[in-house]
Design a protein around this ligand. Structure first.
Ligand code: ADP
Ligand code: MG
Length: 344
């Protein structure tokens, strides 16, 4: 008697969704990436009660056309790639077509959307846990999309309990991630609200259509931090880092942001290398930095993990060595190609 059977689609969906949306931060990140991919210039995030009550992301992007509305919650349905080879020239954050379907599987999703043709009228769609549209109603809506998530992880009781226990930590991880997207987004406006019963609606941070990331840094982290940064521009590296040689002045933040081709990523080896070099020149313990590495097509593989934060780099050692040597030159102040600019 055979004992090996296929798992039903519904079960596969639930198993995999828990890996795409692992915590509040991954839910927020997927929604913001979708807004950016839709060409939005204004992105508003509203989180209620550390995300336990709701998360809402509104954008003024393309909107979702009527023809696509039934597909939006389906697993592996995407408008961003058609074939594997498209990954080499990918210009969008998303490509796996699984964020919205996974969010449907683990929460209650409502989407309000209007394209330029339909605005000021739009449609509000409610989706079920399988990603099917269960109700549609006409509402007033400007061009763009608003995705609302309620009861995150209500379908995964253990994870909901963990979320309730760790909601403050998850919330601050989400804010850090949002800061990274806001820092790297030029000429876009981000505004992030958090609402609790105790404190009402509070703006966490905002940016305002800035033309350089140093102004984004200033909007988000304040002038005290931004005025202590130096510009770091060398070969494929572009960004800002804490001014070395600041003596015993302790820096107020130790945030480290690495972007590859403007995608926020996690590359602990590179962060460690930067910290090591910086320590040799500075008393402050950890530098703030936000750097973008412009790498050529075909040398970066972003399809390593469902959250697309991990990457494989075919020239990893070369890149890390170059960054290390470049920072040494910057710290020694010898490289004439490096310009130092004090931010206002
Ligand atoms: P992916 O981003 O990998 O394509 P998602 O599940 O995140 O997968 O989204 C599925 C599709 O829904 C996207 O390809 C896009 O066409 C559409 N979509 C999602 N969010 C938005 C949005 N905010 N504005 C416009 N279209 C959107
Ligand atoms: Mg997406």
């Amino acid at each position: 008697m055979s004992i090996i059977r296929p798992i039903t689609n519904d079960t596969v969906h639930r198993i995999c969704s828990g890996q795409v949306i692992t915590d509040l931060a991954s839910a927020v990140k997927e929604l913001v990436e979708n807004a950016l991919d839709a060409g939005a210039t204004t992105i508003e995030v509203r989180i209620k009660n550390y995300g336990l009550d709701s998360i809402e992301v509104s954008d003024n992007g393309s909107g979702i056309s009527k023809e696509d509305q039934e597909s939006i919650g389906k697993k592996h349905y995407t408008s961003k790639i058609e074939a594997f080879g498209d990954l080499d020239t990918l210009e969008t954050f998303g490509f796996r077509g699984e964020a919205l379907s996974s969010l449907c599987s683990v929460s209650d999703v409502t989407i309000t959307t209007a394209t330029a043709l339909e605005s000021p009228k739009g449609l509000q769609l409610k989706l079920d846990h399988e990603g099917s549209v269960i109700s549609k109603s006409t509402v007033a809506s400007q061009k763009g999309t608003m995705v609302s998530i309620h009861n995150l992880f209500s379908t995964l009781p253990v994870r909901r309990k963990v979320f309730e226990r760790n909601c403050r930590r998850d919330f601050s991880k989400s804010i850090s991630l949002l800061q990274a997207y806001a820092v790297i987004s030029i000429e876009k406006k981000f505004i992030i609200f958090h609402q609790t019963k105790a404190s009402g609606k509070v703006v966490q941070f905002s940016t305002n259509m800035n033309s350089d990331i140093n102004l984004n840094i200033m909007n988000i982290f304040g002038t005290k931090l931004s005025s202590n940064l130096v510009r770091w521009q060398d070969g494929f590296i572009e960004g800002y880092i804490s001014r070395p040689h600041v003596g015993s002045v302790r820096l107020s933040s130790d945030k480290q942001m690495v972007f590859i081709n403007r995608r926020p990523i996690s590359l602990p080896k590179l962060v460690k290398a930067i910290q090591e070099v910086f320590k040799m020149y500075s008393m402050s313990q950890a530098p703030f930095f936000a750097i973008n590495l412009t790498l050529t097509e075909g040398t970066v593989d972003v399809n390593v993990s469902p959250d697309k934060r991990s990457v494989f780099l075919s020239e990893e050692n070369f890149i890390i060595d170059f960054v290390r040597e470049s920072l040494q030159r910057l710290c020694e102040g010898t490289a004439h190609s490096l310009t130092e600019s004090k931010l206002q």
